[in-house]
Design a protein around this ligand. Structure first.
Ligand code: ZN
Length: 256
């Protein structure tokens, strides 16, 4: 049966002389692969350049095979502020690569779609916050939410020094961390920031002040945590945002 949905173009490649095969992330259908037959024949059914990042409305035919036939596509927004700013484009590109690498075909998740939509819009105003909000909230929605409210072993609220364990997936207190090897000290400010973003709306979290020190700590935790849960090495290594080393100074990353 014919269906209609809106979604982002994650990536695309030309197929034969006149067609395109694209990976889409749709609001209702999740990640989908579609073929746009005769796209380069300037058919009136395709009123979009189908650029990566762009948001479009699609009409298509879901079926059992991996690639669905898309019969119409219309541009909703191309987020023009991404086109002339390399850093902003790199951040949006990172969001979409992450979706492409972690989402299974046809795995529906409207929360992830909405998060992507709101964070791509936030990039225009504050690309640094958009970056951290997306990453922190994405971990929660992907079902691997790290625990920042209390010690993950003894469940006590932590008042003194706190540590983060990638393997355990959360904070450890000074006493419990003695039994584990893979922990790293984290400041109270960074752990509170992480927890605040996890538990508040994008609108509320986007008003938060993010110190450079917190950014640095959060980025390192996320990189280790994502590398542990997902197969993402090439995403971190071959991205403009993460040159060479895993230890990155966010100030350098986001200089404009
Ligand atoms: Zn403890």
């Amino acid at each position: 049966m014919i269906k209609k949905d809106i979604g982002f173009v994650l990536k695309r490649f030309n197929f034969r002389e006149t067609s395109i095969i694209a990976t889409l992330y749709l609001h209702k259908f999740g990640k989908v692969r579609g073929i746009f037959k005769g796209f380069y024949r300037q058919k009136k059914e395709f009123s979009t350049p189908l650029d990566t990042f762009s948001l479009n409305e699609f009409i298509f035919y879901p079926r059992d095979s991996e690639i669905w036939l898309v019969s119409q596509a219309e541009l909703i927004s191309e987020f023009s502020y991404l086109r002339n700013n390399l850093k902003k484009a790199a951040i949006a590109g990172f969001f979409l690569s992450l979706l492409d690498k972690t989402m299974q075909l046809w795995d529906k998740n409207r929360y992830v779609f909405n998060l992507t939509f709101h964070c791509i819009r936030l990039i225009e105003k504050d690309h640094i916050k958009a970056f951290y909000l997306f990453l922190i909230k994405f971990l929660t929605l992907a079902g691997v939410k790290p625990e920042f409210n209390h010690c993950i072993i003894c469940q006590q609220l932590i008042r003194g020094p706190r540590f983060f364990s990638t393997k355990k997936g959360g904070l450890l207190c000074a006493r419990c961390c003695k039994s584990y090897q893979d922990y790293k000290s984290i400041s109270k400010e960074a752990s509170k920031t992480f927890s605040y973003i996890q538990n508040n709306s994008i609108a509320a979290a986007s008003r938060l002040q993010l110190s450079l020190r917190s950014q640095n700590e959060i980025l390192q935790i996320i990189q280790r945590f994502m590398a542990y849960h997902f197969d993402l090495e090439d995403l971190f290594q071959n991205n403009l945002l993460f040159p060479a080393s895993l230890t990155v100074n966010p100030e350098l990353l986001f200089q404009s």
